[in-house]
Design a protein around this ligand. Structure first.
Ligand code: SF4
Length: 362
């Protein structure tokens, strides 16, 4: 049966036609979706796209986080993870400690390391390069997802080199892909309240454009559930879609639900499952040109992550040993999930689990 015929809401039928024909929806359409109460219609449209791309496969990763430092010059109001130098709990991992962590990851049979940290005044481009070389030496087969656009910009500033050179050096050292962090919400007004010292949305997009031109595939993120409006969310999604039309370099989009504990920003809403569903389904529908939508079970909780597979999600994230960032902000999930646990979440919702790295080649 044609997709528009199974859509109950009259307001959503014209959007469903675009979805069926794989045409981009407008900003006004995105706003309609973000405020729709007919979530089963949203689900039908999002599921249509995820099924067209991936059938019933849902991906998960066997990976480990390496948060190499929590010392950060920016101290964004949204962040519960960062510390000042000398503050209790502040740390910078030495190359020896990094080597030990990676050795354990190799022994444990992990596929991927995810490296992000704060903007530490002593972490130079040379140190970052050494860090990646260490990981590559100890785990030659590991897929390395490393440094947000914010960190690449910081290394460029500190070294006086263009970001393109910084990326080239770190790719040569072993980086395979970029995580999508630091995108937050592109609106300058919202950014000035949640992360005033962070690079602008335009600069974030420019770093990603450069990475894509160098042949890297990257993630993109969006932080929601703080002080943004639905209009800010629509704007963010459309700007990501535009860059994807230009470069084709985004392989995954990851909506991140903001957790406000221990931060200087209060959540806008009491978190509701309906809000999560609207955001994820809308992202799947707007970003019809990006292959994967990741619903990190650690951010959403395992139950909502399961449900989200019917609303556009085809990747529920990884095992994430020792995740620190969202847990510092009050996430109630464990900081580790075993592979059987992740496979059960997928199978129990009627999907077929497939282990993969962020490159989706395995
Ligand atoms: S969000 Fe990132 S850049 Fe901002 S304070 Fe935290 S670690 Fe630093």
């Amino acid at each position: 049966m044609p997709l528009p015929d199974i859509i109950q809401s009259r307001d959503l039928k014209s959007i469903a036609r675009k979805v069926e024909e794989d045409r981009p929806i407008s900003s006004a359409d995105a706003l309609t979706l973000l405020t729709a109460s007919d979530i089963l219609d949203l689900g039908a449209m999002a599921h249509h796209i995820r099924t067209r791309m991936h059938g019933r496969t849902t991906y998960y990763g066997v990976n480990r986080n390496l948060n190499y430092t929590n010392i950060c010059e920016l101290r964004c109001p949204l962040c519960a993870f960062s510390k000042d130098p000398g503050e209790e709990g502040a740390y910078l991992l030495s190359l020896d400690e990094i080597e030990k962590t990676v050795s354990r990851a190799v022994t444990d049979g992990l596929d991927e390391i995810h490296i992000v940290g704060g903007l530490h005044p002593d972490v130079t481009l040379d140190y970052a390069e050494e860090m990646i070389r260490t990981v590559r030496r100890v785990g030659p087969g590991l897929f390395i997802v490393a440094f947000t656009a914010v960190e690449y910009d910081y290394f460029a500033q500190k070294s006086g080199l263009p970001v393109e050179q910084v990326l080239k050096r770190l790719i040569a050292a072993g980086v395979n892909s970029l995580p999508g962090g630091g995108a937050e919400i592109f609106s300058p007004d919202i950014r000035s309240r949640i992360a005033p010292k962070k690079i602008s949305g335009d600069r974030w997009l420019e770093v990603m454009r450069t990475a894509h031109h160098l042949g890297l595939k990257t993630n993109a993120t969006m932080l929601y559930n703080h002080v943004e409006s639905s209009g800010n969310i629509a704007d963010h999604l459309l700007r990501i879609r535009k860059l994807q039309d230009e470069t084709g370099g985004f392989k995954t989009f990851v909506p991140l639900r903001f957790h406000g504990a221990n931060t200087g920003v209060r959540e806008k809403r009491t978190v509701s499952g309906y809000d999560d569903i609207r955001v994820y389904a809308t992202a799947r529908i707007v970003l019809h040109n990006i292959p994967h939508i990741k619903g990190l079970w650690m951010y959403l909780g395992d139950k909502i992550a399961q449900v989200m597979q019917h609303f556009g999600v085809d990747d529920i994230g990884g095992t994430y040993h020792q995740e620190k960032v969202v847990h510092a902000a009050g996430a109630a999930t464990p900081d580790y999930g075993s592979e059987p646990f992740l496979r059960r979440l997928i199978e129990n919702a009627g999907f077929e689990p497939k282990r993969a790295t962020a490159g989706y080649s395995s």
